[in-house]
Design a protein around this ligand. Sequence first.
Ligand SMILES: [Zn+2]
Length: 68
Amino acid sequence: MKKDEVPYGSDVSAGSYACADCGYKYSNQSKKSLPPCPAFDANSHPKRAWKILSGRGDAAQDPYPNGR
Ligand SMILES: [Zn+2]
């Protein structure tokens, strides 16, 4: 697995993510763990991961520019 992909449930900082399997875009504005993709299906989602579009996987910096 590439390093810019994080599995479901990972603790991440705020940022934009896309489903590694179907490309669904998800904007995580509160710092918490990532949910499963809303379109999750075991057959079509073998990676069970989110691709990081912006922000850092598990760093506490890089505040979200449009936080307010
Ligand atoms: Zn998906």
